[in-house]
Design a protein around this ligand. Structure first.
Ligand SMILES: Nc1ncnc2c1ncn2[C@@H]1O[C@H](COP(=O)(O)OP(=O)(O)OP(=O)(O)O)[C@@H](O)[C@H]1O
Ligand SMILES: [Mg+2]
Length: 225
C-alpha cells in the first residue's frame, strides 16, 4: 500500500481570465519509508503540490489518497474532518519554523501531543525524549527567540514527528540553515523515514541537499516528471 497516492491532481487558483493553473494533472505515488525530493524553479507549483496533498489547499480536480483513505476526489471528500485528519496523519515542516513564540521548546512539542489526547504528563515525557534525541536536551526551557536557526528547525521537526505521522510534508526545511545544520536536518528526516516508516516529501531548491533522497520529482510549470 502507498502512503501517498495522487492521481491527475490539478490545482487552479482563481477563475476566468485571472485563473492560474499551478499544478496540472499530477500523478505520483510514495511508499511508506520513502524520502522524496520535489525540485523545481520558483513559481513552478512545489508548495501548491505539497499543500494540496496536505489538506491545506483544496484540489480543483483529481484524487488524493493518504494512508489508504481517499481525502480528495474532484475536491475534498464531503464530511471529511480535515483538521482531525491532518492532526492524526500528517506532519508539516516549513521554511520558517512556525514555532509558537510564547511557548518553550518543550511546550511547542507537547502541544502537538496534547491535541492528540495525550495527558500533559505523558506529553512531557515523550516531548523530552524527542528533543533529547535531537540533541536539544539543554534547550527544553528556551523560548524560540533564544534558539539558533538550526535549533528552532529541530524543534519544529520534533513537533512534526511527535505523533509519528504516516506522511511528513516539508517545504524548504533547510533553506534558512547553514550547510552543516542543513545536513543534520536531512539526516534526521532520513532516519525518521526509515524508523517510523513515514513517507516524507521535501520541497527544496537546495542542490547541496539532494543526495540521500530515494527519489526526485521535478516540477516545471505545474507539471511533474
Ligand atoms: N493563493 C494563490 N492565489 C493565486 N495564485 C497563487 C497562489 N499561490 C500560488 N499561486 C501561483 O501558483 C503558481 C505556483 O506557486 P507555488 O507557490 O506553488 O510555487 P513554488 O514552486 O512553491 O515557488 P517558490 O519556489 O517560489 O516557493 C505561481 O504562479 C503562483 O503565483
Ligand atoms: Mg514554495
Amino acid at each position: 500500500m502507498y502512503a501517498i497516492e495522487v492521481e491527475n491532481l490539478t490545482k487552479i487558483y482563481g477563475k476566468g481570465v485571472t485563473a492560474v493553473t499551478a499544478i496540472a494533472d499530477a500523478t505520483l505515488q510514495v511508499k511508506p519509508g520513502e524520502l522524496v525530493a520535489i525540485l523545481g524553479p520558483s513559481g513552478s507549483g512545489k508548495t501548491t503540490l505539497l499543500t494540496s496533498i496536505g489538506l491545506i489547499n483544496e484540489p480543483t480536480h483529481g484524487k488524493v489518497v493518504i494512508d489508504g483513505a481517499m481525502v480528495a476526489d474532484e475536491g475534498w471528500l464531503p464530511g471529511l474532518d480535515l483538521k482531525r485528519f491532518r492532526r492524526e496523519k500528517l506532519g508539516f515542516i516549513f521554511q520558517a519554523h512556525n514555532l509558537i513564540p510564547f511557548l518553550t521548546a518543550l511546550e511547542n512539542v507537547m502541544i502537538a501531543l496534547e491535541i492528540n489526547y495525550l495527558t500533559r504528563k505523558a506529553a512531557a515525557v515523550r516531548a523530552t525524549e524527542l528533543l533529547e534525541s535531537l540533541n536539544l536536551g539543554h534547550r527544553l526551557k528556551n523560548y524560540p527567540s533564544a534558539l539558533s536557526g538550526g535549533e528552532a528547525q529541530r524543534v519544529a521537526i520534533a513537533r512534526a514527528m511527535a505523533n509519528k505521522p504516516k506522511v511528513i510534508l516539508a517545504d524548504e526545511p533547510t533553506a534558512a540553515l547553514d550547510t552543516e545544520n542543513g545536513k543534520n536536518v536531512m539526516a534526521l528526516l532520513k532516519k525518521l523515514a526509515v524508523e517510523n516508516h513515514s513517507a516524507i516529501l521535501v520541497v527544496t531548491h537546495d542542490h547541496r541537499m539532494v543526495e540521500g533522497f530515494d527519489r526526485i520529482f521535478h516540477v516545471n510549470d505545474g507539471r511533474i516528471s
